[in-house]
Design a protein around this ligand. Structure first.
Ligand SMILES: Cc1cc2nc3c(=O)[nH]c(=O)nc-3n(C[C@H](O)[C@H](O)[C@H](O)COP(=O)(O)OP(=O)(O)OC[C@H]3O[C@@H](n4cnc5c(N)ncnc54)[C@H](O)[C@@H]3O)c2cc1C
Length: 470
């Protein structure tokens, strides 16, 4: 521990005797260290504080601020970038997973605590025959997902997760708990829709709800050798998406298979013809998930199975849609994989975003991400490897190489888009800068107005922060 974290824990232990975990409580401490999804984040922090509500959080933040200790916020620890919701011995993790409130307002807005996971919110909403736009995996938390934009299974239907937030309840650095919405603190409202943890700690998200969204979904596995045809089918679906916002898709090139999620925001009796190009492929190896009539919850449950602990690194790039670009990406991936040590798996996902999704965001009052009004692909490259430090640099290089290679090809073809999605970006990527100069200015002005002392810039341990991410 450092002098400031020691001073902070003296006070935190007095304020929250049952909620503080330091290294002397070996078992609880090890559980806290190994909570994150990626083992790259299993770094031992000075200690962990488990807070239950906004009042406790305000008290903890006040202590941390007064002693000048570094801190980080954690909900589920799903972000794989080390130091974002984890820390080393120089900082404290403020864990808000217990912010579990759920309340439906009379006008149908779901007021949900920021410690909930999407699985928990979907279960609660579906009991009421309602849906909200959230994650594709039940285990992911609301906090990082919504503050980073958040791409759901059907992004064209109602826009991104952040676009569906009608109000953020947020704890500011000076201890005030304020609302940010279309009529109150409107600058903060816009900045929070994609601007991350730069302005305060969100304690509650008030979400737009929709009558229960039914989803028909299938996950097929294809032989990667058929990549040209798989890409043609991917592009055909992306094109169709422009005329039917109910269409969703992901195409994941993986170790020995290509997993394709065919998603449709309705449950028609006949299979949606849009997916015919995939059904015609002769390279089908297996059906991982047969055609199911379900909901966002059942899809998130199917996709959100427990995963083996591994180290993970990610990197992202955004481009326009193009057969030749997608083929070049495949070839580059194939070559990069050959150079990886055994046990190190590199995979990537084509995540389509259509114009309807971008318009849905604008219609809901605009977000801060500066998305261009064109059909696009949000690529995410992921490397997974066993906990062996010797492979860390190689794995990180693999995802960086892929992102650079796709960016390079896209630039050459005039297909590159500057936007990087916070949900899928690596720590060294300039996500906030990718939103464009005007949006950076707006975020800087908002941070200066709501956090004039710069507490969230100076004391936050890591994250996509204005201090170094523009
Ligand atoms: C298995 C898996 C599936 C995923 N699926 C999707 C998907 O379908 N779509 C998508 O867009 N992304 C997806 N992601 C990415 C995910 O949205 C991001 O990793 C996100 O940052 C996780 O947020 P979290 O709150 O669960 O995690 P955490 O790691 O706890 O938090 C992430 C970051 O947000 C900050 N933060 C969290 N809560 C708050 C808060 N209340 N106030 C201020 N700052 C806060 C933290 O400090 C940290 O920097 C997935 C990730 C995984 C691992």
């Amino acid at each position: 521990m450092t002098a400031s974290t020691t001073a902070a824990f003296d006070q935190l232990k007095r304020a929250f005797p049952d909620k503080v975990v330091t290294p002397d409580a070996v078992s609880e401490y090890n559980t806290a260290v190994s909570c994150p999804w990626s083992q790259t984040c299993w770094t031992p922090a000075a200690g962990y504080v488990y807070l239950s509500n906004a009042q406790e959080l305000a008290e903890a933040l006040d202590i941390v601020k007064r002693v000048g200790s570094k801190f980080t916020i954690r909900t589920t620890g799903h972000n794989p970038n080390s130091g974002f919701s984890s820390a080393d011995h120089t900082a404290i993790v403020l864990d808000i997973r217990q912010f579990q409130s759920k309340e439906l307002s009379s006008d149908g807005v779901a007021r949900v605590g920021s410690g909930n996971t999407w699985g928990e919110v979907y279960v609660w909403l579906e009991e009421k025959k309602l849906s909200a736009i959230g994650g594709r995996d039940q285990q992911v938390g609301l906090g990082g997902f919504l503050l980073g934009g958040g791409m759901g299974a059907l992004p064209n239907l109602y826009g991104l997760g952040a676009d569906g937030v009608k109000n953020f309840e947020i704890l500011l650095a000076d201890g005030r708990l304020v609302n940010a919405n279309a009529t109150e603190n409107t600058d903060l409202y816009c900045a929070l829709k994609g601007g991350g943890s730069n302005f305060g700690i969100v304690t509650r998200f008030d979400l737009e709800t929709h009558p229960l969204i039914r989803v028909q979904y299938t996950i097929n596995l294809y032989n990667p050798e058929d990549y040209v045809e798989i890409i043609k089918a991917t592009i055909a679906v992306q094109e169709a998406m422009e005329n039917d916002p109910k269409i969703g898709l992901f195409t994941n090139f993986n170790n020995g298979f290509v997993a394709v999620g065919l998603l449709y925001g309705d449950t028609p009796t006949e299979k949606p013809p849009v997916f015919e190009p995939f059904h015609r492929l002769e390279s089908l190896m297996a059906t991982a998930l047969p055609s199911t009539d379900g909901t966002l919850l059942s899809l998130a449950q199917a996709m959100g199975h427990a995963q083996e602990p591994k180290k993970r690194a990610i990197c992202s790039v955004t481009t326009k849609v193009s057969q030749s670009l997608y083929e070049e990406a495949y070839k580059s991936w194939n070559e990069t994989c050959k150079r990886l040590p055994a046990g190190c798996v590199l995979h990537y996902t084509i995540q389509p975003m259509g114009k309807a999704g971008i318009k849905a965001g604008k219609d809901r009052g605009e977000n801060i991400m500066g998305l261009e009004d064109v059909p696009q692909c949000w690529w995410v490259f992921t490397c997974e490897w066993p906990k062996d430090d010797s492979d860390d640099a190689v794995a990180q290089k693999a995802v960086d190489t892929m992102a650079k290679s796709v960016e390079h090809s896209a630039k050459e073809k005039g297909l590159w888009l500057s936007f990087q999605c916070m949900s899928f970006a690596g720590a060294s990527q300039k996500v906030l800068g990718s939103y464009g100069a005007d949006n950076v200015n707006r975020m800087q002005e908002t941070a200066a107005k709501y956090d004039p002392e710069g507490v969230f810039q100076k004391l936050q341990y890591g994250g996509f922060l204005l201090r170094d991410n523009i």
